[in-house]
Design a protein around this ligand. Structure first.
Ligand code: UN1
Length: 513
C-alpha cells in the first residue's frame, strides 16, 4: 500500500458497498450483481459495489418524493447553511477525497485536489446564492397593477455524471439544486462510483446533524438502465447529464419525449488559435496543460491547435521539446503530469484514432505508444500524441477522449482560423492567443467563436466555477455552475397583482358584461 490508500478508504468509509442510498440510509445490493472497481493506475482492486436495479431506483425516487415537500418549505438561506456545512466537511476531507479521486479515476493528485476545491468553491457560491434567488419586477401596462416574477423549487433533479469529473460535476448541480429547494438523485459513472460513495458519506454526517429529511440527497450506483429509467421518469422534472454526445442524445430524447427539462453538457472539440501575434511562452503552458492534463479526458481538453503558417515550425518544434519530457506515471507519484487513461477500452480508442487519422492523411509527430514498463504494470498508460492534421479529417472532427493534439495550419487573417475553429459539430470551449486587439475582439464578436466558452490568452480547460459552464451545438446547450445557471433548477412564475378597484384588461381590450 505505497500510497496509503487503506487509510484514505477508512477515513472516507469506503468499503464494498450497497447499491442505493438516501440521506442517512443505505439499502439494496444483497442479491444484486456487483462490479469490482480497480484503479486505472495499477489495476489493483479497490472495492466492489452492488449495482442498483430499476427496482432500487424506484425506492430512491419514493424517498426523494417524500423529502421534497419539507425541503422546499425550508427558507433558502437555511438550506444554504447546510450547504455551508457541506463545504466545511469537504474542506476537512479534501486531502483524502482528492486522493481517492486520483486513484479511482487516474487524474494526478494535483487535479484530484483541484476537483475537490471546485466542490468547495461551488458550495461557497451556493451559500451566497441562497440569499439571491431573485427575479425581476416590471411595470404593468395597467393602472394600480404590479408585476413581478418569482422562482419556486422544481422537484427532483436527476444528475448523471461522467467518470472524468467524478465528484465536482455532481456538486455543481447538487449544491445549486439544494439551495433552490430541490432534492436530487445522483447516478455517477459506473466507472467511478467510490468517490461518489465517499461524498455521500462525507455529507451524511452534516445531514444527520441538521435533521435533513431522508431523501434530499440520493445516490444510485448502476448502469445505463438506471439512467434510462430516470430520463423517462415524469417525476423527475430536470435531468442534468454530463458525458458523451451519444449518451446525451439518448437522455435528451427521452426527457424531450415527456417534455421535461434536460441540462446537457456533452462532448467538446476544443481548439486554441495561435496567431502571428501570440505570446508563445504563455501559450505553451496553456496548450500542454490543455492537451495532456487529465490525460486528455476533460470535456474542455485542447484537441486542436490552429496555428498561423508563419509560426507553425516554431510551435511544432517547441511542442516536440515539451512532449519529449512529459512525466507520464502513477497519478499519486510526485512530479507526474500525465496519469493513465480510465481503462483498456480508452487505450483501444486512443490507438485506433491514431491509426485512423494517419490513414486519412495525418502525420504522427510524436507519442502514441502504449506504455507497459514494470513500474506502470496493471495501469492504462499511453504517451500523449501530436499529429499534423487537417480540420476536415473525420477523426479530427470527432472527440477522442485521450491525449491527442491535432496541429492544423492556417494562412491569411484570423477569420480563417475562426472558420476552422467553428468548423466542427461540437461547441464547448475555445481560445485564442494574440496580443492584437482586433484579432481578439473578432474572436469574441458575433461572427467569432461559436462556443459556450471563449477565452483570450488562456487555454480551453480549467474554467472557473463562477461562470456558466457549457456549450453549443452537439455539446448540448446546457449551462451549469456559476452566473445565473441556477435558474434552470427552479420553476419560474410571473405574477400580476391588481390593487385597484377596476378590472382593466391587457391590450386595452373592451369586454363589458
Ligand atoms: C468536464 O470535463 O466535464 O473547465 C468539466 C474545466 C473544468 C471542468 C471540466 N473546470 O476543465
Amino acid at each position: 500500500d505505497p500510497h496509503g490508500m487503506r487509510d484514505v478508504l477508512r477515513q472516507l468509509g469506503v468499503q464494498s458497498q450497497n447499491a442505493a442510498y438516501s440521506t442517512g440510509r443505505q439499502w439494496g445490493g444483497a442479491s444484486n450483481p456487483s462490479r469490482q472497481i480497480v484503479s486505472p493506475a495499477d489495476g489493483q482492486p479497490i472495492a466492489a459495489v452492488a449495482q442498483a436495479s430499476v427496482a432500487d431506483y424506484e425506492t430512491v425516487v419514493k424517498a426523494a418524493e417524500a423529502a421534497f415537500p419539507a425541503w422546499r418549505l425550508m427558507p433558502a438561506p437555511q438550506r444554504g447553511d447546510i450547504v455551508r456545512q457541506i463545504g466545511l466537511a469537504l474542506r476537512h476531507n479534501k486531502e483524502a477525497l482528492g486522493k481517492l479521486v486520483s486513484y479511482e479515476m487516474g487524474k494526478i493528485l494535483q487535479e484530484g485536489l483541484g476537483e475537490v476545491q471546485e466542490m468547495i468553491d461551488i458550495c461557497d457560491f451556493a451559500v451566497g446564492l441562497s440569499r439571491q434567488l431573485h427575479g425581476f419586477t416590471m411595470h404593468s401596462e395597467r393602472p394600480a397593477h404590479r408585476m413581478y416574477e418569482q422562482y419556486h423549487p422544481l422537484g427532483i433533479v436527476g444528475i448523471i455524471s461522467a467518470f472524468n469529473f467524478p465528484v465536482a460535476v455532481w456538486s455543481w448541480n447538487a449544491m445549486l439544486a439544494a439551495v433552490c429547494g430541490d432534492v436530487c438523485i445522483w447516478k455517477p459513472s459506473e466507472k467511478t462510483p467510490l468517490a461518489a460513495v465517499a461524498v455521500q458519506n462525507i455529507i451524511e454526517k452534516v445531514l444527520a446533524d441538521n435533521d435533513v429529511p431522508e431523501g434530499v440527497f440520493n445516490l444510485v450506483l448502476g448502469h445505463a438502465d438506471v439512467g434510462q429509467a430516470m430520463s423517462a421518469d415524469e417525476r423527475v422534472p430536470l435531468v442534468s447529464a454530463t458525458g458523451s454526445t451519444c449518451m446525451g442524445r439518448a437522455v435528451g430524447a427521452a426527457v424531450g419525449q415527456r417534455l421535461g427539462r434536460a441540462l446537457l453538457e456533452l462532448g467538446g472539440n476544443n481548439a486554441i488559435i495561435l496567431t502571428p501575434q501570440a505570446d508563445l511562452d504563455m501559450a505553451m503552458r496553456a496548450i500542454v496543460f490543455g492537451a495532456v492534463g487529465t490525460a486528455g479526458q476533460r470535456c474542455t481538453t485542447t484537441r486542436r491547435l490552429i496555428i498561423h503558417e508563419s509560426i507553425y515550425e516554431e510551435v511544432s518544434q517547441r511542442l516536440l521539446t515539451a512532449y519529449a519530457k512529459l512525466p507520464v506515471g502513477h497519478p499519486l507519484q510526485n512530479g507526474t503530469l500525465v496519469g493513465p487513461l480510465i481503462d483498456a477500452d480508452a487505450v483501444g480508442i486512443f490507438t485506433h484514432a491514431l491509426e485512423a487519422v494517419q490513414k486519412e492523411g495525418g502525420t504522427l509527430l510524436t507519442g502514441g505508444q502504449v506504455l507497459s514498463s514494470a513500474e506502470l504494470h496493471g495501469g492504462h498508460y499511453v504517451l500523449p500524441a501530436l499529429v499534423a492534421a487537417e480540420n476536415h479529417y473525420p477523426t479530427v472532427q470527432a472527440e477522442t477522449f485521450a491525449p491527442i493534439l491535432y496541429l492544423i495550419k492556417y494562412s491569411g487573417g484570423v477569420e480563417n482560423a475562426i472558420a476552422l475553429q467553428n468548423g466542427v459539430r461540437q461547441g464547448l470551449s475555445s481560445a485564442i492567443f494574440t496580443l492584437n486587439l482586433r484579432e481578439a475582439e473578432a474572436f469574441l464578436g458575433h461572427a467569432g467563436s461559436d462556443c459556450g466558452i471563449a477565452n483570450v490568452n488562456i487555454g480551453t480547460s480549467g474554467a472557473e466555477i463562477g461562470g456558466a459552464f457549457g456549450g453549443e451545438k452537439e455539446t448540448g446547450g446546457g449551462r451549469e455552475s456559476g452566473s445565473d445557471a441556477w435558474r434552470v433548477y427552479m420553476r419560474r412564475q410571473t405574477n400580476t397583482i391588481n390593487y385597484g378597484t377596476e378590472l382593466p384588461l391587457a391590450q386595452g381590450i373592451k369586454f363589458d358584461i
